[in-house]
Every structure is written in C-alpha cells, then in structure tokens.
Design a protein around this ligand. Structure first.
Ligand SMILES: Cc1cc2nc3c(=O)[nH]c(=O)nc-3n(C[C@H](O)[C@H](O)[C@H](O)COP(=O)(O)OP(=O)(O)OC[C@H]3O[C@@H](n4cnc5c(N)ncnc54)[C@H](O)[C@@H]3O)c2cc1C
Length: 413
C-alpha cells in the first residue's frame, strides 16, 4: 500500500469529514483544531445522542451512578459541525464524496472512525430479554433489568462480560457467566495470568461455566449444549466486537481479514485522502513487528493526534507523523483495577511481582531482558512506571523486578 498523506509544505485540505462520532471521531475533530486546522470539520454519527464515552457504560452509567457520559467538549465553540442521527452509507472516493442518509457529503480529507459493533449470538436475535452492551441505549435498557434483580446469564467471559457481571452482582442479581473457551480472557492473556482472575468470579458470587456453549436462547432461559436449562430473566451477550466497516463495501478501501480498515503507519488507507483510526482500523506496529487491531479506549485517544498531524501537514521538511504506540487499557472488574500496557506476544520471560492470590500484583513480560508488557492489578504505580520503561525499551534485572516492594523503575539492569 502506498503511504498517502498530506505532503509537508502542501496546503492542508479545507474540508475534513469524520465518519463516526465516538471517541476516535471526536478526538480527531478536536485534535485538528488543537493543531491549528482552520478549515471546516464535519463529524457525522449514526447515534442520535450527543457524542459520549463508552467505558462508563459498563460501570457508573449501568449502575445509575452517572446519567450519561457525554464528552465535555463545546463543539460549537470549536467550530465542529455535528451531524448526529445520520448513518454514513457509502464512500465514492473518485468523487471525494460520502453517501449518507441525508444525502452526499463532499470532503477533501475523510477520516473513517466508525468503531466496532458487538458480535451477535446466532439464533438469539429478536428473543425478548437478550441484550448487547455497546451503546448508551443498550446501557439504558439494561439499567432497569439490573434494578429488577433478575437471574442473569452473561454469554462470554471477556472484558465486557466480566465488567457487566461485576455491575450485576453489585445490583444484587444472581449471575451465571457462560464461556465457550476453557477460561476467561483466553484470547487476551496466557493461562497462568487468567488463573487468579478466574477465581474472582466465584469470590464475587458469580457462577462461571467454561467449555460451555449456548445451544439456544428462549424467552426466559438459556439452554446449554449439555442440556442444562439456566433460568434467565435477561441475557447479556458479550462475545466480542468487529469493525463497523460494512458501509465501505465496493469503495476500494482495503479491509483486513478481521473486517478492519488496513491503515499504514501514518493511519492513511489504501485510498487517497482517506484516513482510519480507532476500533475500526489496524496499523503496522514498528515496535512489535506485527499488525495490531486494538479495541481499547487509549488507542482511540492517541491515534487521532497522528491523523490530525498528517492532515494538517506542516512546514516543508517536517516528517509525517507515525503511529507506533505502546497499547494501554484498563478494566474494572470484581472490585479490582486491572491495567495492561504493551504487547506480550513475543515475550520470552514472565516475572511476577506480588502474590496473585492477593489484592495487588503485577506480571511483567520481558523479551531479551527488555520490558515489553505489563499487567497490573491494583498497582497503578507499576503501570505508570512500566509504561514508560516499555516505551523506552529498558532492560530490566529480573531478580530485582520480582521484588514487589521495590519500585519498578529501580529494577532496571
Ligand atoms: C461497554 C464498554 C466498556 C468499555 N470499557 C473500556 C475500558 O474500561 N477500558 C478500555 O480501554 N476500553 C474500554 N472500552 C473500549 C473503548 O470504549 C473503545 O475502544 C472506544 O470506544 C473506541 O472508540 P471508536 O471511536 O474507535 O469506536 P466507537 O466507540 O465504536 O465509536 C464509533 C461511532 O461510530 C458510529 N458509527 C458506526 N457506523 C457508522 C456509520 N456507518 N455512519 C455513522 N456513524 C457510524 C457508531 O454509532 C459509534 O458511535 C469499552 C467499550 C465498551 C462498549
């Protein structure tokens, strides 16, 4: 793929259109203004609500501790035109136009930020009492369900499943989590790390059934593949998300095998003047030597700065901005604050800090002694220091690292 980007010194486009008004779309629009872009910025979103942040949906918003999670941004003051409740239907790059429900929209530069949508459970669609948790509307539908303190079956023991189960227990519901894999978070973390996390379910009074598939969902029950019938006042499906890119069919924008927009290191796509960022796009990680598709909040915060910098361009001779982050995410589950930084796929050594049966511990992944990833449970300082050490590719002394009383930053080789 050729690396299309605003050439340094070339005049910036006048009309930037952003498709998708979630975190990545909003941050792109805001970053354009921060970086001095003076042309028009139009942000088009399918949802009717004022743009909002998703993480609180499985936490404070779900439990009614916060009404909503609208971004605290004055779009009007920033000169960002919002077109909400307007679905983007297609892209015609030859004409530099988007097709939307409200008609065509011309652009000089387009940013694809349509995020991801939850994977649905086959056969469960349209069955009363079956819920997803991706949007504010989903969270609002689930709030009264929690208040009624039903028996709830959660399908999927991933990040969303664990967070929803946490909230449902807090609300006083009986919760069973059904997971097809052999353990929670099997795709995200190795077995030795998920082992202590699995114990959190029982501790919180949640029944976890692994190696178990849903055979069918009925109006008031979930039938499992071993014939067990679980009574269910509500079913919450959390079996993953896939990029929301169906609208790009036939546009010429190259999609990857996971349905995501294939971006280059500058977050430009295969089509001139079209960028992609956030949950909908993968990018080549120079740091980790593989293509990453990251479905976490921090990626939707950081990526937009690169996109904006490349749209704005800059003085002649300035290098184009390259996106090569240390990925970061957090999760709040079963009373724990879990944070992860880096990417451990290529690690050759694991070092534990603290007792994983306890309230606070970390796992460090090393490659040739350098810190490449870290998971911290209740140890935010480890995370903050570890993130910087990963960023810098610092070599660590494994023996010092294993001492949880020693600050991570002083365990360098
Ligand atoms: C319940 C929940 C809890 C989460 N908690 C955490 C957490 O604790 N920590 C963490 O790191 N990450 C968390 N995440 C992940 C994080 O929220 C996402 O990575 C982030 O929202 C991605 O932002 P985005 O803008 O790329 O995509 P999205 O947030 O999906 O936004 C995309 C927007 O585009 C719109 N759109 C889609 N298609 C079209 C179209 N054709 N036309 C117009 N608009 C369209 C969508 O309606 C949506 O509003 C959570 C996600 C969810 C759902």
């Amino acid at each position: 793929m050729s690396e299309q980007t605003q050439e340094p010194g070339r005049s910036a486009p006048r009309r930037v259109v952003v498709a998708g008004a979630g975190m990545a779309g909003v941050q792109t629009a805001a970053a354009l203004r921060e970086q001095g872009f003076t042309g028009t910025v139009t942000l088009i979103g399918a949802e009717p609500h004022q743009p909002y942040d998703r993480p609180p949906l499985s936490k404070a918003v779900l439990l009614g501790k916060a009404e909503d999670s609208a971004f605290d941004l004055d779009f009007e003051e920033l000169g960002i035109e919002l077109r909400l409740g307007c679905e983007v239907l297609g892209l015609r790059p030859g004409d530099h136009e988007l097709d939307t429900e409200a008609g065509p929209v011309p652009y000089d530069a387009l940013v694809i930020a349509t995020g991801a949508e939850p994977v649905r459970l086959p056969g469960a669609e349209g069955v009363p009492g079956v819920h997803l948790l991706r949007t504010l509307d989903d969270a609002e539908r689930l709030r009264p369900v929690l208040a009624r303190q039903h028996d709830i079956v959660v399908v999927g023991a991933g990040w969303i499943g664990a967070e929803f189960a946490t909230a449902a227990r807090e609300a006083g519901c009986a919760v069973t989590v059904v997971e097809a894999g052999e353990r929670p978070l099997a795709e995200a973390l190795p077995a030795e790390v998920t082992a202590p996390m699995t114990a959190w379910y029982a501790e919180a009074g949640v029944t976890l059934r692994t190696h178990t598939r849903v055979e069918r969902v009925e109006a008031d029950a979930v039938v499992l593949d071993d014939g067990t019938r679980l009574p269910a006042g509500a079913v919450v499906v959390g079996i993953g998300a896939r990029p929301a890119t169906a609208w790009l069919a036939g546009s010429g924008v190259v999609l990857g095998e996971r349905g995501e927009v294939v971006a280059d290191r500058r977050l430009t796509t295969s089509v001139p003047d079209v960028y992609a960022v956030g949950d909908c796009a993968s990018f080549p990680s120079g740091r980790y030597g593989e293509r990453l598709l990251v479905h976490h909040w921090d990626n939707a915060l950081q990526g937009p700065r690169t996109v904006a910098a490349n749209i704005v361009g800059g003085p002649a001779g300035r290098e184009p901005a390259v996106y090569d982050p240390v990925p970061y995410f957090w999760s709040e589950q079963f009373g724990r604050f879990v944070q992860y930084a880096g990417h451990h796929a290529d690690a050759d050594r694991t070092v534990w800090r603290g007792d994983p049966a306890g309230a606070a511990w970390s796992v460090c992944w090393l490659r040739e002694s350098r810190l490449v990833a870290l998971l911290a449970v209740g140890r935010p300082r480890d995370l903050a220091q570890g993130r910087r050490l990963i960023e810098a590719g610092t070599a660590m002394d494994a023996e010092l690292l294993a001492d949880p009383a020693r600050p991570l930053k002083s365990a360098t080789a």
